[in-house]
Ligand binder design. Sequence first.
Ligand code: ATP
Ligand code: MG
Length: 423
Amino acid sequence: MKQIQAIRGMHDVLPEQIPLWQFLEARVRDTLAQYGYQEIRTPIVEMTELFKRSIGEVTDIVEKEMYTFTDRNGDSLTLRPEGTASCVRAGIQNGLLVNQVQRLWYQGPMFRHERPQKGRYRQFQQIGVEAYGMAGPDIDIEMILITQRIWRALGLRDLELQINTLGTADERHAYRERLVAYLNGHASELDEDSKRRLDGNPLRILDSKHPAMAGIIAGAPSLLDHLGEASRAHFDRLRAGLEAAGIAHVVNPRLVRGLDYYARTVFEWITDRLGAQGTVCAGGRYDGLVEQLGGRPTPAVGFAMGMERLIALLEEQAPALRDPVDVYLVMMGDAAAARGMLLAEALRDRLPGLRLLMHCGGGGFKSQFKKADKSGAKYALILGDDEIAKGVAGVKQLRLGEQDDIEFSALADYFAARMNQQG
Ligand code: ATP
Ligand code: MG
């Protein structure tokens, strides 16, 4: 029979990788708590309309990447390709956005039918952060401060911050006409994707990674020259704030982001260590989206981190992490097995931090010790008929080979002392 495989572009995270994921998640969670952000959890499936209306009909995501299906009621549903739209929907639906500010974050799988490659998957994990009700550059700066602090907490270096401003919808509109006129002048040199985007979404052409487009893009007019007074002031204050906080950044006038809802501030954190998939975090301001989805006008800003890409960086930069086993309980004979299980439970009661593996399934001492070694445990706790008779357990330091007999009643203190030493 043919083995059933996971779906292309969707991966298992195996036990040996979990410690790194948990380290990443814990550091991010702790940092977000420092800034007073609260977690929100939304469904993984939403009405297809939500993404069409928020992300934009002529974006890559909506045009060709969404996992969309009709359910048994005949409704068109979509596996979420990103988290912001759901967050806004939930905020409006639950009255979280009216006359108040919100600082929210979420975590979970996202789904996009892209061409799978290193750092690009069809199911991938994001942690996203969103803030509502604050219009000034101060909250934009806070977003970037948070990301910077997360990199520091993770021990990640060498990430470059790129920022840009997309201005307001009106400013973008005026710029768009200039840009289209310019691109029409180069119509014959455009690649297929760019030709297609020229009508619906010409700004996205600036984001093209196609080598043939590099020269054309470099010569294109800059949106920065088409900003109104207020947008320019917002951007200047953002930059001044970053400078005051000592956050190095590069202004990249070609940074446009793939989603339609952004306005004014956009930013990305980029590394050159992951090949073409170098953006580990991306975000920006999306002041129009809440109203667009039926809420009151509400300023908003947020970002999302690609967890697989951060994991790839951590694997490269950080030493391997694992969940070590402290104690492996080896038992010989029925009496020992019965006593051993109770002893193990008593130790877990007293020492919640102790990782204790109880041998199951019987077998001789030799094979049990082999399993103890393989588990990576520091200590083997040994119980046989002799030990039971004396009221002691043998404690063997597996790497040193030394063995002591410890009375049952003293075992918890024995391990407590040694766990403290490990710090
Ligand atoms: P890219 O330009 O790499 O396609 P994007 O602009 O589509 O990214 P966003 O929608 O802003 O990305 O998502 C935020 C982050 O999520 C990205 O910066 C990236 O780290 C991660 N990400 C996006 N798509 C994928 C994917 N298919 N696989 C893995 N990570 C992804
Ligand atoms: Mg993309």
